[in-house]
Design a protein around this ligand. Structure first.
Ligand code: FAD
Ligand code: FES
Ligand code: MG
Length: 280
């Protein structure tokens, strides 16, 4: 069954937001979950987080950065176009409960997966402190939306074009150093950011959750592609996660496995005739 794109917007340089008609997915979706889509019959499958959903209207919002062949192909699609497959919701929903004060951190396009969690933690009665960051102001997404659901919102940019001149982790460290009673920190962004954040929070003893983004293929725990190591145990991020205790994640393994197919991905992008047709 095809899934129609009902709205498309470029919300930052090379970052697109799309609303996709998918009533069944919207009805079942929870914060922290993702979908796997396939543009056409012979396309590869790619996972994208459910950034938002509307049960009444029946759509799911995805926000993605143009990285390689598939995301660039998706970015060329427009309102009225159909996506062949849009499977979800997949993965475990975030374990959101009333804890007290929670810090939600989003880096780059990682702000998109943090957004539904900000809403969920706020709805559960928590005080929500959001910290969002990007390389520069033009790459910052969802600032207004995040502000609407946050008790406090801090912005950081690497080049100082908006907010704190530096990294989101500096802002989080300042909050922790102020002695604030923080029950949990959730960090989503590039693996390097999640690793730095987890290392920084460890001495403070504050629970730190991260959402892992290994290469996924089937999304059902069958192929083993998304294998990660957490507390020296092998986990499949698609069914056991994607959220895990950041203090226990082997980020080196995650980062090395993410780079396993760089040559093939570059080749696919150059030729637009994917050698790994249909399977990646
Ligand atoms: P390619 O050139 O094929 O790959 C570029 C890089 O993306 C690779 O080096 C690899 O690190 C990664 N990648 C490639 N294929 C996959 C794959 N099948 N699964 C995971 N990573 C892959 N990106 C967003 O922009 N927005 C999101 O909301 C988002 N949510 C995600 C949620 C989950 C649970 C996971 C696992 C990943 C998520 N990603 C998200 C990353 C997104 O899936 C990749 O950027 C995308 O698959 C790249 O495809 P490509 O063909 O354009 O690029
Ligand atoms: Fe295949 Fe997770 S994507 S096991
Ligand atoms: Mg690809």
């Amino acid at each position: 069954m095809p899934y129609k794109i009902i709205e498309k917007k470029e919300i930052a340089s090379n970052v697109c937001m799309m609303k996709i008609m998918a009533p069944d997915v919207a009805r079942a979706a929870k914060a922290g979950q993702f979908i796997i889509l396939r543009i056409e019959e012979n396309s590869e499958r790619i996972p994208l987080t459910i950034a938002d959903f509307d049960v009444n209207e029946g759509y799911v919002t995805i926000i993605f950065q143009e990285m390689g062949k598939t995301t660039k192909q998706l970015a060329k699609m427009t309102e009225g176009d159909d996506i062949q497959d849009f499977v979800g919701p997949l993965g475990k929903e975030s374990d959101v409960e009333k804890l007290g004060t929670v810090i939600l951190v989003g880096g780059g396009v990682g702000i998109a997966p943090v957004y539904p969690q900000v809403k969920a933690y706020r709805e559960a009665g928590n005080k929500v402190i959001s910290v969002i960051g990007a390389r520069n102001e033009s790459l910052l997404i969802l600032e207004d939306e995040m502000r609407d659901f946050s008790d406090e919102l801090y912005v950081a940019t690497d080049d100082g074009s908006k907010g704190h001149h530096g990294f989101v982790t500096d802002v989080v460290k300042n909050i922790l150093d102020s002695g604030a009673d923080i029950a949990r920190i959730v960090v989503i962004g590039p693996p390097i950011l999640m690793r730095v954040a987890a290392n920084m929070t460890a001495p403070y003893g504050v629970e730190t959750l991260v959402s892992l983004n290994p290469i996924m293929i089937d999304g059902t725990g069958m192929c083993g592609g998304c294998r990660v190591s957490v507390g020296n145990e092998t986990k499949f991020a698609c069914v056991d996660g994607p959220e895990f205790d950041g203090h226990k994640v082997d980020f080196n393994l995650l980062m090395s496995r993410l780079g396993l197919y760089r040559d093939e991905e570059a080749h696919c992008l150059e030729n637009h005739a994917c050698i790994c047709k249909g399977a990646n």
